[in-house]
Each structure stands twice: as structure tokens, then as C-alpha cells.
Design a protein around this ligand. Structure first.
Ligand code: NAD
Length: 259
């Protein structure tokens, strides 16, 4: 059903975005990659995706720069012929007490984790309306629903992203376009994997104990979410079954926000 469609996935050079890119490519979706990284490593990923039998194009737009974001959407349409699916995934984090939070970090997090989605959606919606079909998926977080101390910017951006998701959904509801969010708990990415090893060493406990008792203290399954589970959920949101699912969020957090 998705074969031959095209997806922009922001922040797809690593972690969740890359997992979504591979999951979509496996279903025949052409991929516009975005994100930072070493050029040779990005090219390796791009060619691996292309080897899955789809078109794969890289655009290095900086998600803090509105002009570059608009140009990314234009480039995607030019290269792939359409923008059918938009996954707003690029994100950063910074942890600090509110009274010590550097304003430039606040601005960067609000810029990348919230405002970038406004700029991509703003540019993509007219294209989706014209073609009469579109799927917008915003990668939010359990932190779109609950707070943790020292994450003011991240929690504010992700809560905002959920409000943005609902509002866009209403505006495009009659154009065969849906807009939803996915709210993951802790996801197993290379970044987290490194943290487990370092924390185990620092605390003198096993890696299993770090996972269960430190990182996943709030995640009732005591298991990380995987990038494949996020990709599968994103694919579901693009399926015919999900046609009437819009303006909502799917929480994948091992029970964290249920408690
Ligand atoms: P990651 O660090 O592995 O990947 C982030 C991606 O965003 C990378 O490709 C990076 O290059 C890109 N990026 C960062 N700044 C950018 C910029 N200015 N312009 C363009 N691209 C930029 O992180 P991840 O864990 O895969 O996170 C992806 C998304 O999932 C984020 O929005 C994050 O908030 C969200 N999320 C992650 C977790 C988790 O536990 N890992 C949990 C909930 C939500």
C-alpha cells in the first residue's frame, strides 16, 4: 500500500529516525534522509537504504534554520515527485535546573524539538492537499505527557508538539491527511547503549541492574522500547486501518505514564 510513496524523515542519520527510515524502506517507501553526521557515514547509510530497492536522498538541512527546512521540503518534492509522509523526528536534549538553564540551549531545543515541525508541516501540507493524501507523524515523547525535573525546555517543547499535532489534525482532517504523535519512553539507541556501560562502571553494578534500576526506574516493563517498535507504529499510522486515527498520540513507554 505504501510502495512508491515518499517520506521525509528529519534526524534520520541515527537512532529512531534511522530505524523509521529502514522500516519504511522495507515497505518500498522512497526516503529523504536528514540529520547531522560524517559525510562518509551518511553516504554509507544512504546507499544501504537504496540497496533495499527504493530511492534514497540526503538533505542536510539544519532544523534550527527555517529557510533550510522549507528548502528541504521543496528538494524532497523535486527529487521524489511528492511528499506523502512527513516524520518530524529530529530532536536534542539538555538537562539543567531551570535557574541555570542556558538561554541558548532553551532556544535550540524549542527550535529543533518544536518549531522545526511547524516549518516542515507549513511547507508540506499544501503538497499533501494537492495530491489528496498525506501522513504526518511527530515523534514526541512520554515527556509530552509528564514532566521530569531539569528538562524544562524538552518537556515544554514536547508538550507543545502534542498541541501542534492536535491543531494540525483538525485543519487537514477533510483532506485525507492525518497528523499524529508517537510518544516513546526510553528507546534503545546507540546513545543509550553507551550510557549503560558507563553507568555500570561508575556505580559498580551490572549492566542489567543499570537498565532495570537506574534508566528504566519508571518503565514498568523494565525493557527499552526498540526503534523497530517505533517504526512499526509509524507504519501502522500510515496504513488504511489508521485512516480515522488523527489528532492523537500513541504512547509506547512500557507503562511509564500509566502509573
Ligand atoms: P539521536 O541523537 O540518535 O538522533 C537525533 C537525530 O536528530 C540525529 O540524526 C541528529 O543528527 C538529528 N539532529 C539533531 N540536531 C539537528 C539539527 N539541528 N538539524 C537536523 N538534524 C538534527 O536521538 P534519538 O534518540 O533517535 O531521538 C530522536 C527523536 O526521538 C527526538 O525527537 C527525541 O526527542 C525523541 N525521543 C527519544 C527517546 C529516546 O529514549 N531515545 C525517547 C523519547 C523521544
Amino acid at each position: 500500500m505504501l510502495k512508491g510513496k515518499s517520506a521525509i524523515i528529519t534526524g534520520s542519520t541515527s537512532g529512531i529516525g534511522l530505524g523509521i527510515a529502514k522500516g519504511f524502506a522495507a515497505e518500498g517507501v522512497n526516503i529523504v534522509m536528514n540529520g547531522f553526521g560524517k559525510p562518509d557515514e551518511i553516504e554509507k547509510i544512504r546507499s544501504e537504504i537504496e540497496a533495499m530497492g527504493v530511492k534514497a536522498h540526503y538533505n542536510g538541512a539544519d532544523m534550527t534554520k527555517p529557510d533550510e527546512i522549507t528548502a528541504l521540503v521543496e528538494d524532497a518534492e523535486k527529487t521524489m515527485g511528492s511528499v506523502d509522509i512527513l516524520v518530524n523526528n529530529a530532536g536534542i536534549q539538555f538537562v539543567s535546573p531551570v535557574d541555570e538553564f542556558p538561554p541558548e540551549k532553551w532556544n535550540a531545543i524549542i527550535g529543533i524539538d518544536l518549531s522545526a515541525s511547524f516549518h516542515t508541516v507549513r511547507a508540506a501540507v499544501p503538497l499533501m492537499r494537492k495530491q489528496g493524501w498525506g501522513r504526518i507523524i511527530n515523534i514526541a515523547s512520554a515527556h509530552a505527557l509528564v514532566a521530569s525535573p531539569f528538562k524544562t525546555a524538552y518537556v515544554s517543547a514536547k508538550h507543545g508538539l502534542l498541541g501542534f499535532t492536535k491543531t494540525v489534525a483538525l485543519e487537514v482532517a477533510q483532506n485525507n491527511i492525518t497528523c499524529n504523535a508517537i510518544c516513546p519512553g526510553y528507546v534503545w539507541t546507540p546513545l543509550v547503549e553507551g550510557q549503560v556501560k558507563d553507568t555500570a562502571k561508575a556505580r559498580g553494578i551490572t549492566e542489567d541492574e543499570v537498565i532495570k534500576n537506574v534508566l528504566l526506574a519508571a518503565q514498568w516493563t523494565k525493557k527499552f522500547v526498540t526503534v523497530e517498535q517505533i517504526a512499526g507504529t509509524a507504519l501502522f499510522l500510515c496504513s488504511d486501518t489508521a485512516q480515522n486515527i488523527t489528532g492523537t498520540s500513541i504512547v509506547i513507554d512500557g507503562g511509564w505514564t500509566a502509573a
